[in-house]
Write a protein that binds this ligand. Structure first.
Ligand SMILES: Nc1ncnc2c1ncn2[C@@H]1O[C@H](COP(=O)(O)OP(=O)(O)OP(=O)(O)O)[C@@H](O)[C@H]1O
Length: 606
């Protein structure tokens, strides 16, 4: 599993920065060989000097070579650092692009409501995208350390086989102990992952502009901070336990390494005194023992880093490789313009197998060119119906048919070019007014007449045109544009109703969608604005296939066809007059609202 992940990380790096990876690898190899060359050259120079040969010509070549090796050793880390940073940047760019492309490919909403999957996304976004770079870096570090170890171990082998064996064996406990520690650390990281995410959640709340007013007014800041501190303490306790174990284990290993090095030094000096080794050999052994021990420690460290990076990369791969959340046919049919209508045929839906049914056998036809309105109490399933029409979910049973063709047979992206919706909880993008409107159809981004036309239909043009930079004004105080750099106070915050009109403009920027969905489009508007916006929408919807969801019965009554949804079933349907004559749920809802409007204020308050 780990090997497959490592191969994926390397493949990603090879694609993102082939030249940089090759250059970094070459420099790392040079960095692994240069110390060996220096050790051997030093030994040769010392041996010449110790033999009493004082002719400059004899040692000139060696000294120059030593100088060159020294310069290479000095320069390599700097060049390698640059290549390493550049490789990491390019690889992270590629992995980030792949991650967000993969997330964007999920055609539905299921993945975004699965907490376990969201955990993977959170780790993939933060550490996961940098992990392939870390894997490559650690891999190259392993190559360098292996070159160093094998070069110096070979050298020691020449001087006395048992020295090499002793030094290598002395590293075995270190390797095993470090790997065990790394495993423990990885387990700990997985264990505290929840606490870390919760800590981030509290930190986000404490600094979130949207939450700021309630946090302040209700005075819940200290409570949130205490909850965050509890999470941080949990994380710290887990880290502290591992750190203490590491100090104990690494201290013991360092002492053991020093004892082995000391014993070898004693033996080497004694061998030199007895004439079995030269003075140069002593220098070589000292250099080799230090280098092998340092390189083995480096090797273990790189393996540990690679191991942890691969664990994080595992979360990244889970997201990138996740199966589509909605099945899409291998060769989906393009969605044709709507001719007859959309039919929900015996549609059953629930959000998860262990949750109650939200829609229970809904049969409904949205006739092409007609306006349909859906009413019902809170939680009746109206917004869920909208999500099925946009194919953000598939029905659990039954089907939604577009001119008789199951939505599951159509290309979701193609289908969505035919549908526009104004959602109840439309997004306020921290972008300019122009971009906020154009999000409904990006082909209109630079088409002022289309942007303005949509804004006029939604009754928000005058507001947007009067902003400090008109449609180019940023609708946020979180950022400032280049034009505003000197005057960040020009970022504008719209009111709730103005945002809602802007969301309507977004829904109308595509001129004639095949289906226009309006899910509570006017809940934040004042009474005057509401009737004005609905008059415009009515005019715009003439001849369009539209679906309106609203609790405002005065608006609903205008629809060609009205459906009452109750507890996931269609309880009543017909025209306003039909339903009033039926004297059922619709008539009751209508008369309750009408009575509310008619009653005088003091009575209503009583
Ligand atoms: N993403 C979700 N996951 C699980 N349950 C959900 C989800 N969205 C909605 N529900 C549940 O489905 C039911 C229907 O919700 P829905 O939003 O469709 O109702 P609605 O008729 O639009 O209500 P309202 O008038 O309050 O907007 C509710 O019980 C709600 O709790």
């Amino acid at each position: 599993m780990k090997f497959r992940s490592a191969a994926r990380a390397l493949e990603l790096a090879r694609r993102a920065a082939p030249g940089h990876v090759a250059g970094y690898l070459a420099l790392a190899a040079l960095g692994g060989i240069a110390p060996l060359a220096i050790a051997w050259l030093t030994k040769a120079v010392i041996d010449h000097l110790a033999a009493g040969v004082m002719r400059w010509a004899d040692v000139l070549g060696l000294t120059v070579a030593l100088g060159v090796a020294g310069v290479v050793t000095a320069l390599v880390p700097h060049a390698a650092r640059y290549l390493r940073a550049e490789t990491e940047r390019l690889v992270t760019m590629e992995s980030t692009a792949r991650l967000y492309a993969a997330v964007d490919r999920f055609a539905g909403l299921r993945r975004f409501e699965d907490p376990e999957f969201l955990d993977h996304v959170q780790i993939a976004r933060s550490a996961g995208v940098t992990s392939p770079g870390a894997v490559v870096d650690a891999g190259i570090g392993v190559v360098r350390a292996l070159l160093l170890v094998s070069g110096f171990a070979g050298t020691l082998l020449l001087l006395g086989p048992w020295i090499a064996v002793a030094v290598l064996l002395s590293a075995v406990p270190a390797v095993l102990a470090e790997l065990a520690l790394s495993r423990r650390r990885a387990e700990m990281v997985a264990r505290v992952g929840q606490a870390e995410r919760r800590g981030l959640f509290y930190a986000g709340l404490l600094t979130d502009p949207d939450a700021a007013k309630e946090v302040r007014l209700f005075g819940v800041g200290p409570y949130l901070w205490r909850r965050m501190a509890e999470e941080i303490s949990t994380i710290n306790r887990a880290h502290r336990r591992i750190d203490r174990r590491e100090v104990a284990v690494q201290g013991a290993l360092a002492a053991f390494g020093a004892v082995v090095a000391g014993a070898l030094l004693l033996w080497t000096v004694r061998s030199a005194v007895s004439g079995a080794l030269t003075v140069g050999d002593v220098a070589l052994v000292v250099a080799a023992v230090g280098a092998v021990q340092a390189a083995l420690a480096g090797l273990v460290n790189e393996i540990v880093v690679a191991h942890q990076a691969l664990l994080l990369f595992g979360h990244y791969l889970l997201v990138v490789d996740a199966a589509p959340d909605l099945p899409v046919r291998a060769e989906p049919r393009p969605a044709p313009p709507l001719r007859q209508g959309i039919e929900l045929r015996d549609v059953w839906f629930r959000y998860a197998d262990d949750q109650p049914w939200v829609l229970r056998g809904v049969n409904l036809v949205l006739a092409a060119g007609a306006s349909t309105a859906v009413v019902g109490l809170n939680g009746a399933g109206k917004s869920t119906l909208v999500k099925l029409l946009c194919r953000l979910y598939d029905p659990v049973r039954g089907a939604v048919l577009w001119d008789g063709v199951d939505l599951r047979d159509l290309d979701p992206a193609d289908l969505r070019t035919r549908i526009r919706a104004v959602f109840q909880d439309a997004t306020a993008f921290d972008l300019t007014a122009r971009e906020n409107v154009a999000m409904g159809d990006l082909t209109a981004l630079h088409d002022q007449s289309r942007i303005e036309g949509a804004a006029r239909r939604a009754g928000v043009h005058d507001v947007l045109a009067a902003l400090p930079q008109g449609y180019e004004t940023l609708l946020t105080r979180l950022f400032f544009s280049e034009a505003d750099r000197e005057d960040p106070s020009t970022g504008v915050v719209l009111s709730g109703g103005q945002w809602q009109r802007l969301a309507i403009a977004r829904g109308l920027v595509l001129d004639r969608p095949d289906l226009l969905i309006l899910d509570e489009p006017s809940s934040a508007l004042d009474a005057e604005a509401e009737s004005e916006v609905h008059a415009r929408l009515r005019a715009h919807r003439q001849g369009l296939t539209s679906l309106l969801i609203s609790h405002r019965m005065g608006v609903v009554r205008e629809a060609d066809h009205i459906v009452v949804l109750s507890d996931g079933r269609i309880a009543e349907e017909g025209t306003h007059d039909d339903l009033i004559a039926l004297d059922g749920a619709y008539a009751r809802l209508f008369s309750v609202q009408a009575a509310g409007y008619r009653s005088s204020a003091p009575e209503a308050m009583a």
